[in-house]
Design a binder for this molecule. Structure first.
Ligand code: TXA
Ligand code: MG
Length: 336
């Protein structure tokens, strides 16, 4: 889907690409050849960004210390912040991690899909210890995107993948977003168009007590219904249990003002529902559409705001996917 504003600023986007660095990061097509090339690069310990239904992941062989170290380096990510391991199915997950009753119930309900479970790691899995940053747990996810599934099966091993953006910045939902942030720093990006969900996975530590570590693509309400009990919350961003949940994250260049019903002088207004904007997350007030548009719209608003500019964002209801949208917006607006 190309929004009208894509055409309104033809040369401003994406501005950070330069010919020399694009030449170093290859764009692979979403066909057999592309999948084979991506798998071969992973086998060689190189980094390949690939689409998932949530956001693009920055993939490396989760068994290779070198590949995992390269992921941290390419993103500029603090090494205390562990990575999610992607696997093709439940059986593969059970070979590296222990699953209690809540974990199994959630896996059966939501995999493949936008849910990550934090589980006790088994002994002798062959995973690089860098993946889990020294924690006894491991975060695992079975993605639903057909290209992610094909790549996992072709590669035949666990793929460690954070979101494919420089640490702290806006997550990528299109191949060109990946190139905008990481061109010249990774071997290739597998181009699968735009991501359907548009928000990262929901992260849950399931057993013995279910705890929400990050709201995301599976609404909290759906998880609580499956478990038949409320989730405990990790609310204290000063002492995160999920080390990646830092106060400032997902940040565009421009400053953000939230809960805006109109623009102040010099602001680019991102609308939602009844609040029209220069751009909108969803004119119909549809939270699923808003989630899918969120990161791309923030990038466009950033370009339009220019250096030293401001972005104002309309209120988004705090239920369903709105909860994860508001989580990302709050972190994007947090003091840096
Ligand atoms: O949708 C997604 O989850 C995307 C796609 C690519 O799968 N990935 C993603 O990864 O969002 P990343 O690295 O941006 O976020 C992973 C989060 C971080 O907040 C990290 O701290 C947390 O998962 N995490 C990873 N391992 C953990 C563990 N063992 N215990 C607690 N939190 C963990
Ligand atoms: Mg991320």
């Amino acid at each position: 889907m190309d929004a009208p504003w894509d055409k309104a600023i033809p040369f401003a986007w994406p501005i950070k690409l330069d010919a020399a660095s694009i030449a170093m990061t290859r764009t692979l097509a979403s066909d057999e050849t592309g999948i084979n090339q991506a798998a071969a690069l992973l086998e060689a310990g190189q980094l390949v960004a690939f689409p998932t239904e949530t956001v693009y992941g920055l993939g490396g062989d989760a068994r290779s210390d070198l590949a995992v170290a390269r992921i941290f380096e390419a993103k500029g990510r603090p090494s205390f912040n562990p990575l999610i391991v992607h696997l093709p199915d439940l059986a593969a997950v059970q070979s590296i991690a222990e699953m209690g009753p809540n974990a199994l119930a959630l896996a059966k309900a939501f995999w493949p899909g936008p849910l990550t479970l934090v589980l006790p790691q088994r002994e002798g899995t062959g995973l690089s210890p860098l993946v889990s940053a020294g924690l006894p747990t491991v975060a695992v996810r079975v993605p639903a995107h057909p290209l992610a599934q094909r790549l996992l099966r072709r590669f035949g091993g666990p793929i460690a993948a954070p979101s494919a953006n420089p640490s702290g910045r806006v997550s990528p939902t299109r191949a060109e977003h990946v190139l905008d942030g990481l061109s010249g720093r990774i071997a290739a990006v597998l181009d699968g168009g735009s991501c359907d969900v548009g928000l990262e996975s929901t992260i849950v530590q399931a057993d013995p007590v279910p705890v929400l570590l990050r709201p995301g693509g599976v609404p909290v309400e759906a998880i609580e219904k499956t478990l038949g009990q409320p989730l405990h919350m990790v609310g204290d961003v000063e002492r995160p249990t999920s080390p990646g949940q830092l106060a400032s994250h997902y940040a565009p260049e421009a400053r953000l003002r939230l809960g805006a019903t109109s623009a102040m002088a010099g602001e680019v207004l991102v609308g939602f529902g009844p609040v029209p904007g220069d751009l909108t997350l969803s004119a119909e007030g549809d939270l699923v559409e808003a989630a899918a548009n969120l990161f791309h719209t923030l990038r466009l608003a950033d370009r339009m705001a220019g250096s030293g500019g401001m972005i104002a964002v309309a209120p988004v209801p705090d239920h369903g996917l709105g909860r994860a949208i508001n989580d990302r917006l709050r972190r994007a607006a947090a003091p840096r």
